[in-house]
Design a protein around this ligand. Structure first.
Ligand SMILES: Cc1ncc(COP(=O)(O)O)c(C=O)c1O
Length: 431
């Protein structure tokens, strides 16, 4: 062993792809933020306490008692065939029709992100992502040494003209664009949703240019108004790989998600999955399958929707009442998140230690970009704390922003510590 350091003697031995794998420097701060006196508007943890826990416990126990030899055994690399059929019912809610053979069950949709990237991307291949984008996906793209390029969003999500322009620019640089990664519904972290016309135009561009769309849709059923938005995949089964998840509609701890892909891609994904994990957990899959078969899951999704709607309202009302002038935020119609932009001159990451001292936590915007954008923004999650805690959190946060503004007015904005670092791995509960 040569080189290395006292802290990690293997540091010179790691593969190039491991260089981009670093723990976020805000991770340590969040260890403090998980103390009960801190109102955390940081984490994207679903409120699993609202599940019928006794029924789930009974399901899990019954499975081991009555089908132990099956649930405790290895299973198929593609996932349980009954569950794959049930996933079709779930996807029908967003307009998707498919065959159980088109579905591959994964260990959360996070694993599907990994498999798709593994199958499609060589180092240096370009992945176009929204600005901002889901930090867990950026981590995957980084791990496979992709060239990640952000594309502008507005209040209706990814901007088609900006997408067109990015494809032209990147190709003029001699690079290959492999995927357009998008979260069309109730975006994490931006809190916005693409309308039908937006989706149509994005699909049209992808088709014209021959680029795969990776459609990530964990929040699609958690809209607060009307029917769930129609998935892009519902209108094209060849151009899109669609990712779904039971993390937000049942339980994130079960780690059951899925991908739906064109036939050839799906075969590759299964082979990649087998080499990564052999097969997804039979126990977790059959727990989900039994739950879907025996519990009123649509009613439960409605319970979650109502709960998150109430919390969204608490957040938006208190932001409206309390935030200093010059602060803006998105108004999510579903999902877990609102994206807040601070008044000119303030830096959300520099402000975070002061917010945590004031007993409120959020995720600074820079974590959702690879190129240093986002310093004036932050993500607030309303999924976990109850409405009163959310109001208290916003009250504390507005106090912190006001005192930052006073400091900026007194000393100028030079005191702000600018930090253009890309996304490093935050703790999983912050994703
Ligand atoms: C946009 C997005 N994609 C994927 C995931 C991963 O979800 P899963 O728990 O299914 O791995 C998350 C989790 O927060 C997410 O927000």
């Amino acid at each position: 062993m040569s080189g290395g350091s006292r802290l990690d003697p293997w540091v010179d031995a790691y593969a190039a792809r491991a260089r981009g794998m670093t723990a976020s420097e805000i991770r340590a701060l969040f260890a403090v933020a998980s103390r009960p006196e801190v109102v955390s508007l940081a984490g994207g943890m679903p409120f699993v306490q609202a599940l019928p826990l006794d029924a789930l416990a009974e399901t899990a126990a019954r499975l081991v008692r009555e089908r132990g030899a099956e649930v405790l055994q290895y299973g198929s690399g593609q996932g349980d065939v009954t569950l794959r059929g049930q996933i079709l019912d779930v996807m029908a809610e967003v307009g998707i029709t498919a065959h159980p053979d088109d579905v591959i069950v994964t260990t959360g949709s996070q694993m599907a992100l990994d498999l798709v990237t593994r199958v499609f991307c060589d180092p240096g291949d370009v992945v176009l992502v929204e600005a901002p984008s889901y930090v867990g996906a950026l981590g995957v793209f980084r791990a496979y040494e992709c060239d990640i390029q952000h594309v502008a969003m507005d209040d209706e999500g990814l901007v088609p003209e900006a997408l067109d322009e990015a494809i032209t620019r990147v190709r003029a640089e001699g690079k290959r664009v492999k995927m357009i990664y998008t979260i069309p519904s109730f975006h994490n972290p931006a809190g916005v949703t693409q309308g039908p016309e937006r989706r149509r135009r994005i699909l049209e561009i992808a088709k014209r240019e021959g680029i795969l769309i990776l459609e990530d849709d964990p929040y699609g059923l958690l809209g607060f108004e009307g029917a769930p938005p129609r998935a892009i995949r519902a209108d094209d089964d060849q151009q899109v790989v669609y990712l779904g998840s039971f993390s937000k509609t049942i339980a994130s701890g079960l780690r059951v998600g899925w991908a739906v892909a064109p036939h050839g891609v799906r075969e590759k994904l299964v082979l990649a999955a087998e080499s990564a994990v052999l097969c997804p957990s039979n126990y977790a899959q059959l727990t989900v399958s039994e739950y879907l078969a025996t519990q009123p899951w649509r009613e439960q999704v409605k319970v979650f929707r109502e709960l998150y709607r109430e919390r969204r309202d608490a957040l938006l009302d208190s932001l409206e009442q309390l935030m200093p002038a010059g602060t803006t935020w998105t108004k999510p119609a579903g999902g877990f998140y609102s994206w807040v932009t601070l008044p000119e001159g303030l830096d959300a990451k520099a402000m975070l230690p002061r917010a945590i001292s004031a007993l409120v936590a959020y995720v600074p915007g820079t974590g959702f970009f690879v190129d240093g954008q986002g310093s004036q923004s932050l993500r607030l999650s309303y999924c976990y704390p109850d409405a009163d805690r959310i109001r208290e959190g916003v009250r504390r946060l507005s106090g912190v922003i006001e005192s930052e503004l006073e400091i900026a007015q007194t000393f100028g904005t030079g005191h702000v510590l600018r930090n253009a670092q890309g996304p490093a791995n935050p703790a999983p509960d912050l994703l």
